[in-house]
Ligand binder design. Sequence first.
Ligand code: GCO
Ligand code: MG
Length: 402
Amino acid sequence: MSKIERVEVFVASPGRTFVTLRITTDDGVTGLGDATLNGRELAVASYLRDHLVPLLIGKDPARIEDMWQYLYRGAYWRRGPVTMTAIAAVDTALWDIKGKTAGLPVYQLLGGHSRDGVLVYSHASGTDVPSLLDDVQRYLELGYKAVRAQAAVPDVGGTYGVRKGKVYEPAATELPDEQPWDTEAYLGFAPTYLEAVRERFGFGFHLLHDVHHRLTPIEAARFGKSVEACRLFWMEDPTPAENQEAFRLIRQHTTTPIAVGEVMNSIWDVQHLITEQLIDYVRTTVVHAGGITHLRRIFDLAALYQVRTGSHGATDLSPVSMAAAVHLDISVPNFGIQEHMGHPDEAAEVFRTGVTFADGMLHPSEEPGLGVEYDEKAAERFPYQQRYLPVARRLDGSVHDW
Ligand code: GCO
Ligand code: MG
């Protein structure tokens, strides 16, 4: 039996912050896991370094399920983003090791191809409608078959999802940027630009939109109804999902499909959404929902209820978890779509990934394991920089969901 000999936690900011776990066995096999929790990175790094690393040394890396149970049940304190991201990093690294040991890419261990490629969507945005339309055109020309559209609400600063640089990056300030929010202005404006996108480019591609938790259930129902003619692939996070029951009201009013789950960490967080068929796509991810082992469990539950997958894939999910996502996406029967935002250029100096993009789809690496390498020397050139996500405030100054 091989044993876990060394476990390292790297925190670096190549264009943005990533926390990366590397497990090495006594026979020299290494596995990588992503442990990035945007804006709360050091909490996960400490959870790993101070609490999990001592538990891993000397253990059998082949016992992935047992390790998952040990770290989840063995903590006594269950769930939550910090714990589940730390468990995810260990789990992902062990799958990487298992693949390398078997000489197989991870998707082969998960049952092999269920499809030829992983359909992805990327993010078009604009500070106004004309610049959004130009951006949609750019993504269609790049070959994307699915595009998310977001535009700045006129006279309301800091709308979610509007790109400033090359890649959209909301965690950009040393302390949280406080951004104004006006629900009525958004509800009046957003349907008009989604209509403008359909009018200009037609229906030959999938159109998505992220509400980013900003509406109440009845407002979300109104929004969903008002964009039905645009035939969205989905409206995402229409209302915060702590109260899963809230989605029933939205469902009663609109046929616009609903996607939820990027901030969820466990199967229990999405249980009712799935089993009561209150959503159409579940957006939980490898990195924030307990790794490949747990995400596959969520996806299997979803399959029973005709809920498809649509995993989160923003810039804060490192190339390690994106690779893991593609291995899972290509193999599960109920895959729907994968978000694909890309990373700042500096990230490519630190992570080498075998994932490729062609014809609107991502393809996994054929190398054993996940097919990602981490260059720790290069990472030293990018020391950790503290960055926070913004906070939203309504026009009366009260805090809103960002
Ligand atoms: C998305 C997300 C992101 C999040 C970000 C927070 O749909 O891609 O909503 O943009 O805001 O991942 O860390
Ligand atoms: Mg989102």
